[in-house]
Design a protein around this ligand. Structure first.
Ligand code: GAR
Length: 194
């Protein structure tokens, strides 16, 4: 199996980035993160990537004249780093046609709910507001919709009566940090996939 070269796209804390790096360190992930793309200057994931010695591209999309030009810039960086798979890890932005065309079936996202329930922002808060007894985590291929692409893996997380947003988020993230590296590893074993 060829070693796969990944870019992680993130906008926030970067705990999933950390989990992927730890899986690599532990020897349970063969693919390697060669680039982090962050669309939010100052996001904690930037320092995490720097500490891990991974090149980070920090961009403000509003500095570009439209989404296509922004994505062209990101695409050039991905090509320069020989990236063959993109891992969205808390990247709070829709992927546009420029990146989708070049990385068809090679962009993954993780979302903190059992999709198609609770897409978009604050999925954990949405689940609590609805009073569901079960929520979870979904890993899916990315298409042009908001958390809508074909589902690859899901894992349920029960909601306790006394769960707060913080406690439920912690349970969900514990699942994310195990599940995402596992899915990335199993896909990167397939020649035609990520
Ligand atoms: C994760 O829980 C991820 O599922 C969610 O953002 C968080 C990022 O955390 N993504 C979405 O809601 C995508 N719609 P992290 O920065 O600590 O990895």
């Amino acid at each position: 199996m060829a070693m796969k070269q990944l870019a992680v796209f993130a906008s926030g804390t970067g705990s999933n980035f950390d989990a992927i790096m730890q899986a690599k360190q532990a020897g349970t992930l063969d693919a390697k993160v060669e680039l982090v793309v962050c669309d939010r200057p100052g996001a904690p994931v930037i320092a995490k990537a720097e500490q891990a010695g991974v090149p980070v591209l920090v961009l403000r999309p509003k500095d570009f004249d439209g989404k296509a030009l922004y994505e062209e810039h990101v695409l050039s960086a991905c090509r320069a780093h020989d990236i063959d798979g993109i891992i969205l890890a808390g990247y709070m932005r829709l992927i546009g046609p420029t990146l989708l065309a070049s990385y068809q079936q090679r962009i993954l996202n993780i979302h903190p709910s059992l999709l198609p329930a609770f897409p978009g922002k604050d999925a954990v808060g949405q689940a609590l507001d609805k009073g569901v007894k079960m929520t979870g985590v979904t890993v899916h291929y990315v298409d042009d919709g908001m958390d809508t692409g074909p589902i690859i893996a899901q894992e349920a997380v029960p909601v306790a009566d006394d769960d707060t947003k913080e406690s439920l988020q912690a349970k969900i993230q514990a699942v994310e940090h195990r599940l995402y590296p596992e899915v990335i590893q199993s896909l990167s074993m397939k020649e035609e996939s990520l």
